[in-house]
Design a protein. Structure first.
Length: 441
C-alpha cells in the first residue's frame, strides 16, 4: 500500500451580531482561484428529537459533554497560569463523523473515547442529526406560518474536501450529508487551489472572521474534513454600559486593570456549594454561559476536576436568587498545540500508524490512512452586549441539591474563573460548545 495524507479541520465561531442561517442549506459554488466540483448528494431531512425519545441519542449527547470535560482536563492539566479557551464540540463532531470510516478493530476504542460506549456508529449518526436539528433550532420553523419570526442563532457546517486523484466512497458521502449536513467537494491538493478552497469555505461559513485556516497542506494530502460553528446572539438580560466600573483583576500573572460589568437584582440563576459559586447567563434565543468562580485552588484545577455529572448537579440545584454579580469584560485568544497528545490520552485510536485505522473506509483506493497531527486555535470575547468566540481545529492525517440562599449572594469575579458556553438540546440538555479559563486580563 502507498502512503497518503489527509487533513481533518474543524472551526467554530460564536459571536454577537444579527444573523440567521438554515442548516438545510448546502455549500455550493466555486472556492479559491481554481475550479472545483461539488459532489451532489441529496440529503434526508434531519431527525427531529421531538415526539420520540431515543436512549442511544441521549447516551451520545451526554457522552459529548463528558468528552468536553475530559478533553478540557487534558488540555489544562499543565496550565501555566495563562487564560485558555477551546471548543470541544468542534473536535467531537469530526471524530463522530469519522466513526463511519474507522476500521472494525478501532471503532470500539473511538466510541469509548467519545463517551459513547455500548452504542454504535448508526446511533452516533442519528444523535448527530438530532443535535443539528436542535442546535440550529429547526423546531422554530413550525411557527413561521403563524407569524412567528424564525431566528436561527447557530449555524453549523461540515465539509470534506477530496483530492482529484482519489475517489471518496459514495456511502460515506451520503452518510456525511444525511446526518452531518456535510458537503463533499473535489479540489486539487497538488496546487494552492486546495488551500484557497478550504480558506474560502472557512470564511464563507464564519461571516468572514476566519480567513486563514490553512497555510499549506503537507505533501501527499488527499483530503480535508472541516467543521464550522457560527453562533450569533445577545444576552437576554444585557449589562448596562453605564454601570460598568473600573477595578483590579487579581490574575495569575499579577494584578491588572479590568472593567467589571454589573448585574444586580432578582431572578438570577445561582448555585453555591463548598467548592464554587456559579451563575448562568442566558442568551436571547436559548443558549447560555455558565460562570464558575472556585472558592479555593486555581481555576485550572477546578476545570480539570469538572465532570458531566457535577455539571448536571450544578444545573439541577441552581435557584432563582437575588444578588450582585461583577464580571470583567475579557478577551482570550490561544493556540492549543497539544491537542493530538490530549486526544491520544483520551483513547482516540486514529493516530496509530501501525493499524492505520481509517484505511478502507474513506476512499476507494488501496491506501493506508491515519491521523498524524491535531491543533486548535480559539478566541472568545465577552462584553456588555454578549459573547464573541471562535475556534479553529486542524487534525492532519497521514496514511499509510442546594437550598435557596436566605441572603442575597455576591459573586465578584476579580480572580481566575471558569466559563462554559452551551446550547440547549432535547437529548443532551445543555450541550457544551466552548470551555475556558480566565486566569489573567
Amino acid at each position: 500500500m502507498k502512503r497518503i495524507g489527509l487533513i481533518i479541520a474543524g472551526l467554530c465561531l460564536v459571536w454577537v451580531a444579527a444573523c440567521s442561517s438554515d442548516s438545510d442549506s448546502i455549500v455550493t459554488g466555486t472556492y479559491g482561484n481554481g475550479s472545483v466540483s461539488i459532489v451532489k448528494v441529496t440529503a434526508k431531512e434531519l431527525l427531529s428529537p421531538y415526539g420520540e425519545q431515543d436512549p442511544t441519542a441521549r447516551i451520545a449527547a451526554n457522552g459529548a459533554n463528558d468528552f468536553a470535560f475530559r478533553l478540557s482536563a487534558e488540555l489544562t492539566k499543565n496550565n501555566d497560569g495563562s487564560s485558555f479557551v477551546c471548543s470541544p464540540f468542534s473536535v467531537w463532531m469530526p471524530l463522530a463523523a469519522l466513526l463511519n470510516v474507522t476500521n472494525a478493530q478501532n471503532k470500539t476504542a473511538l466510541l469509548n473515547a467519545l463517551g459513547a460506549a455500548g452504542i454504535g456508529e448508526a446511533d452516533i449518526n442519528k444523535a448527530a442529526s438530532r443535535m443539528l436539528y436542535d442546535l440550529t433550532k429547526l423546531r422554530n420553523k413550525e411557527y413561521e406560518g403563524d407569524g412567528y419570526k424564525y431566528y436561527n442563532p447557530l449555524k453549523i457546517a461540515n465539509a470534506v474536501f477530496v483530492g482529484n486523484n482519489v475517489t471518496l466512497k459514495k456511502e460515506f458521502a451520503q452518510t456525511f450529508m444525511d446526518y452531518y449536513r456535510g458537503s463533499s467537494i473535489n479540489v486539487n491538493f497538488s496546487s494552492s487551489d486546495a488551500v484557497d478552497a478550504v480558506n474560502r469555505w472557512a470564511s464563507d461559513n464564519t461571516g468572514g472572521l476566519i480567513t486563514d485556516l490553512v497555510k499549506e497542506f503537507d505533501e501527499g494530502t488527499i483530503a480535508a474534513i472541516a467543521n464550522a460553528i457560527y453562533f450569533s446572539d445577545r444576552w437576554s438580560w444585557q449589562f448596562q454600559t453605564e454601570q460598568t466600573e473600573e477595578g483590579i483583576f487579581h490574575g495569575t500573572a499579577g494584578d491588572a486593570k479590568a472593567f467589571f460589568m454589573l448585574r444586580e437584582g432578582d431572578g438570577q440563576t445561582y448555585y453555591e456549594d463548598s467548592k464554587v459559586k456559579a451563575t448562568q447567563l442566558y442568551f436571547e434565543n436559548g443558549g447560555s454561559m455558565y460562570i464558575l468562580l472556585p472558592k479555593a485552588g486555581t481555576a485550572a484545577t477546578f476545570l480539570s476536576s469538572m465532570t458531566s455529572s457535577y455539571f448536571n448537579e450544578i444545573q439541577t440545584n441552581s435557584v432563582s436568587a437575588t444578588g450582585r454579580l461583577l464580571l470583567p469584560r475579557f478577551t482570550i485568544e490561544n493556540e492549543i498545540d497539544g491537542l493530538k497528545e490530549a486526544l491520544e490520552m483520551l483513547g482516540v485510536p486514529l493516530f496509530d500508524e501501525a493499524s492505520a485505522p481509517l484505511t478502507g473506509g474513506l476512499i476507494e483506493e488501496d491506501l493506508r490512512v491515519w491521523v498524524s497531527q491535531a491543533m486548535q486555535k480559539a478566541l472568545i470575547k465577552v462584553d456588555e452586549k454578549g459573547t464573541t468566540a471562535a475556534a479553529v481545529t486542524v487534525m492532519g492525517m497521514t496514511g499509510t441539591g442546594m437550598p435557596q440562599p436566605t441572603t442575597p449572594f455576591e459573586m465578584i469575579c476579580d480572580r481566575p474563573f471558569v466559563f462554559i458556553l452551551c446550547e440547549r438540546t432535547s437529548d443532551g440538555g445543555n450541550q457544551i460548545l466552548f470551555t475556558g479559563l480566565v486566569n489573567q486580563l
